[in-house]
Design a protein around this ligand. Structure first.
Ligand SMILES: Nc1ncnc2c1ncn2[C@@H]1O[C@H](COP(=O)(O)OP(=O)(O)OP(=O)(O)O)[C@@H](O)[C@H]1O
Ligand SMILES: O=P(O)(O)OC[C@H]1O[C@H](OP(=O)(O)OP(=O)(O)O)[C@H](O)[C@@H]1O
Ligand SMILES: O=C(O)c1cccnc1
Length: 492
């Protein structure tokens, strides 16, 4: 899909440093060295208590087409360094020409509720290949997870109301618009105004009309009548061009004409002014005129906080049209997902575990070939434990808070759980059946219903427990202590 949007190979959708490192690995004879990287984020967006994983299907689409075209190779071959000489020898472009994707990927399916430090994707394979994927994988997962999370927050406020995504005009370019529409749908929106996203992803498309339609006629009534005459099965009338409540009266007039023709006035749309007051007044007018089923759409710079406030004020809005604040994730425009090397195989064929140090505990990466175990009880999900699949778990599992070793939880062997990462690619072969987008959307809703409601509030949300399995915690601690020694890893 993503390749389709651009009609070109996207293998160069990466940072130059991935190519220079790939070249270095190749020159140093390390290109095929088996390695494991984890893609994860460190903090929920929007100061929230949960994140929705999204973007995996785009990653799969991207990797299915992963190869360097002759044009790509010619470009790579033409790149020069600071001395004006070529950066890469021709042998390297030949290597890239023959490169076949051989990585294994395990990932948390789209639509799953996820938490900081959990690997959303685990990539294992030749280090050169894993390295090249860092940037595109982060690009695909960070943005879509951000937007799906924003959309899910809006869905929590909207309850059973309809949510329409109207963001394309304010989106960050064409792909920003199209992928935001996809992620917004997965996060819980019902439809988009973005026709290309509808075509590419099978998302329902919906829309009303703009002020220009009304302004182009002599009168608002004539504009409404004309619209209803030609599109009687899709009538939502924007009533605020001149005076919203006069507009509602005109909409009712047209609604009566539609009734005579056997059609219905679908909805009216309010796009300015006090949306609480106007929706309450409009609801009264519509009900009194026998249009109880006619909906009320509100739009105008809405976000989850204004929606919440409008609900508290008793607004009679049942359809929300939301653009800018959703598709640009206005209050936090990026999710800080990262991609870190967690293990590399040595000459004896054993894993050497790796870790990035930092003065900030939150930035110290976690080693290991990681999996996430989500424990459940009768009420729902209770805690997530990140563990190293190379260390078999026997009997009781104990997990430790990575930022406070005095906090721990134990789960008996009989505990119910689910392991979140599932196999996607096995040595380059796709083994996963991609779920349909509508199923993924339902998954978000069903996942959220299994979590304690405190994680879903906007202000000071409850922190869901996520810990490192004791063996992994000990491995990480030992590595940190060794690395903090003299900067070199001494013999174990
Ligand atoms: N009752 C309300 N409570 C809280 N926020 C509201 C309410 N009504 C509208 N808003 C929000 O207030 C913001 C600004 O609305 P405001 O009425 O100032 O501008 P406007 O309606 O766009 O102005 P104009 O009439 O010039 O188009 C928008 O984000 C809108 O969604
Ligand atoms: O406000 P958003 O959440 O982005 O929703 C989309 C907005 O886009 C349209 O108007 P536009 O903003 O183009 O013009 P207007 O502000 O003059 O209504 C529409 O009328 C909405 O208000
Ligand atoms: O269909 C609409 O009403 C619409 C579409 C895009 C932006 N604003 C409104």
């Amino acid at each position: 899909m993503i390749n389709q949007l651009y009609g070109t190979s996207l293998s160069l959708l990466t940072d130059l440093y991935q190519l220079t490192m790939a070249y270095g690995y190749w020159k140093a004879g390390k290109a095929e060295q088996e390695s494991v990287f984890n893609l994860y984020f460190r903090k929920h967006p929007f100061q929230g208590g949960f994140t929705i994983a999204c973007g995996l299907n785009s990653v799969i689409d991207y990797l299915r087409e992963f190869r360097f075209s002759e044009e790509d190779l010619a470009y790579v071959g033409s790149l020069t360094g600071s001395d004006g000489e070529h950066l890469f020898e021709p042998g390297f472009t030949d290597y890239l020409r023959n490169l076949e994707f051989q990585c294994s990927i395990d990932a948390i399916p789209e639509g799953t509720v996820v938490f900081p430090n959990e690997p959303l994707l685990r990539i294992q394979g030749p280090i050169l290949q894993c390295q090249l994927l860092e940037t595109p994988l982060l690009n695909l997962v960070n943005f879509q997870s951000l937007i799906a999370t924003k959309a899910a927050r809006m869905r929590l406020v909207a309850g059973e109301d309809s949510l329409l995504e109207f963001g394309l005009r304010r989106a960050q370019g064409p792909d920003g618009g199209v992928t935001a529409s996809r992620a917004a749908y997965i996060g819980g929106f019902d439809a988009t105004s973005n026709v290309l996203a509808g075509k590419l992803y099978g998302i329902p498309v919906r829309g009303t009309h703009a002020h220009s339609w009304v302004m182009s006629f002599e009168s608002e009534l004539e504009a409404f009548e004309t619209y209803a005459r030609f599109m009687p099965n899709n009538v939502t009338l924007l009533v605020d061009t001149y005076d919203s409540l006069v507009g509602v009266r005109h909409a009712i007039t047209v609604g009566n004409q539609l009734k005579e023709r056997g059609y219905q006035l679908g909805a009216i749309r309010l796009d300015s002014g006090d949306l609480a007051y106007l929706s309450i007044e409009a609801r009264k007018m519509l009900d009194e005129a026998g249009f109880e089923k006619t909906g009320i759409v509100a739009s105008n710079d809405l976000d989850e906080y204004i929606m919440d406030s409008l609900k508290i004020q008793g607004a009679k809005i049942n359809i929300w049209g939301i653009g800018t604040k959703l598709v640009t994730a206005y209050d936090q425009p990026a999710l800080g997902g990262v991609y870190k090397l967690a293990a590399i195989k040595n000459e004896s064929g054993e894993w050497d575990y790796t870790l990035k140090l930092s003065e900030q505990a939150i930035k110290i990466s976690t080693p290991g070939i990681q999996q996430v175990r989500r424990f459940k009880d009768a009420k729902g999900f209770v805690a997530d434990m990140i563990f190293n699949i190379e260390t078999p778990l026997a009997g009781k599992s104990t997990m430790i808070d990575p930022y406070d070793f005095t906090k721990n939880k134990s789960f008996p062997a009989s505990s119910e759980y689910e392991d979140l990462l599932v196999p996607i690619f096995e040595k380059g072969m796709l083994t996963y059946t991609l779920p349909d987008i509508h199923e993924t959307r339902k998954r978000v809703n069903s996942q959220l219903s299994h979590f304690y409601k405190g994680i879903k509030r906007f202000v000071n949300p409850h922190t869901y427990p996520v810990g490192l399995e004791k063996g992994l915690f000990d491995l990480k601690t030992e590595l940190v202590l060794r690395l903090r020694g003299d900067g070199h890893l001494p013999e174990a």
